[in-house]
Design a protein around this ligand. Structure first.
Ligand code: UT7
Length: 330
């Protein structure tokens, strides 16, 4: 049996400077600051500058994570970027990041699991190290969903924001790092959250543009019900794989989609909100970037410390879900 322990040995995040407040959204759609705060917990979100794309945000987060891990880019063996808003259909955004940071020895590919993407990437990347193929893997969750958001659509316009978070994975001391994980998908729910056009099913035409088919379309109520159920379930499965229970968790870092979803997941796990890392108020839902940004902030602020049991849990389009339990080692 392979007993190699793998975990996060460096973290970094980056959000664009431009802040878009709920008040600003009131000018663009039929909504109110009060409704958005009460129903989602979001006060403001970040929006990428015109000349900033997903790879630019990812690059900045990656550079900070490398610095935190005290590694040079040349020491990275693999880069995985999780994104639903890549620079282009192809090549992979991970290849653009590889060139930007000069990770000349790294393989590079993207993962598409929408808001669960960072955890899909983390779990995938850790397997390469466990298997002995690679020593250092850079995983990044990065999004510019503002480019795919219809600011006049009250179903989706208030939810999303831009940002990036990165983690360097490497071997950890025994007993530290990733202790248990869970990954899952239900393609039966693929229609609930999607960008309908721009792919091979509905290539771009004048019509797809006029019909706003290149923006995010979502059945919010159904996604909400799914999220409330799956967030607790996936965390419990990963805990079981780690031979732990919910009472062992020091901090839960959930995907930041809606404060009510986060609260219900905490309740399901019997956790007080003091043990839950929340930053949705500042950034909205940054999809694949939300967990690594929240984790980075919690670690850098000294909230999460060495020896803590940290649960990461997310859900997203696909439908997909994922979770990881780790013993913090930095
Ligand atoms: O990363 C995964 C991404 N997606 C998600 O996590 C989304 C999950 N879903 C949600 O977060 C919620 O379903 C939303 C925030 C999208 C919507 O909240 P809700 O509590 O489910 O609202 P609703 O659609 O059930 O609508 C409730 C009321 C309605 O008014 P009436 O019929 O009660 O008078 C809506 O017309 O709120 C109204 N409403 C709004 N009002 C102001 C719906 N959207 C808005 C809005 N501003 N943006």
């Amino acid at each position: 049996m392979n007993k190699k322990c793998v975990g996060i040995i460096g973290l970094g995040s980056y959000v664009p400077q431009r802040i878009m407040t709920n008040k600003e959204l009131e000018q663009r759609m039929d909504t109110s600051d009060q409704w958005i705060v009460e129903r989602t917990g979001i006060h403001e979100r970040r929006v990428a500058a015109e000349n900033e794309s997903t790879s630019d945000l990812a690059t900045k987060a990656a550079q900070k994570a490398l610095e935190d891990a005290k590694l040079s880019a040349a020491e990275i063996d693999l880069i995985i970027v999780a994104t639903a808003s890549p620079d282009m259909v192809f090549p992979a955004t991970a290849c653009v990041v590889q060139e930007n940071i000069k990770a000349v020895n790294a393989a590079a590919f993207d993962i598409s699991a929408v808001c669960s993407g960072f955890l899909y990437a983390l779990i995938t990347g850790s397997q390469f190290i466990k298997a002995g193929m690679y020593r250092k893997v850079l995983v990044i969750g990065a999004e510019t969903l503002s480019r795919f958001t219809d600011w006049s659509d009250r179903n989706t316009g208030m939810l999303f924001g831009d940002g990036a978070g990165a983690a360097v994975l490497g071997e950890t001391p025994e007993g530290y790092g990733i202790l248990g994980v869970d990954l899952g998908a239900d393609g039966g729910g693929a229609e609930l959250l999607k960008i309908p056009a721009g792919g091979s099913r509905h290539p771009a035409t004048n019509e797809t543009i006029l019909q706003k088919q290149h923006f995010i379309h979502m059945n919010g109520n159904e996604v909400f019900k799914f999220a409330v159920k799956v967030m607790g379930e996936t965390t419990l499965k990963a805990l079981k794989n780690a031979n732990l229970t919910a009472s062992d968790i020091t901090y839960l870092v959930p995907h930041q989609a809606n404060i009510r979803i986060i609260q219900s997941a905490a309740k399901r796990l019997g956790m007080p909100m003091e043990k839950v890392v929340v930053n949705i108020n500042k950034y909205g839902n940054t999809s694949a970037a939300s967990i690594p940004i929240a984790l980075d902030e919690a670690v850098k602020s000294g909230t999460i410390k060495s020896g803590d049991i940290v649960a990461l849990a997310g859900f997203g389009g696909g439908l997909t879900w994922a979770s990881s339990i780790m013993k913090w080692c930095k």
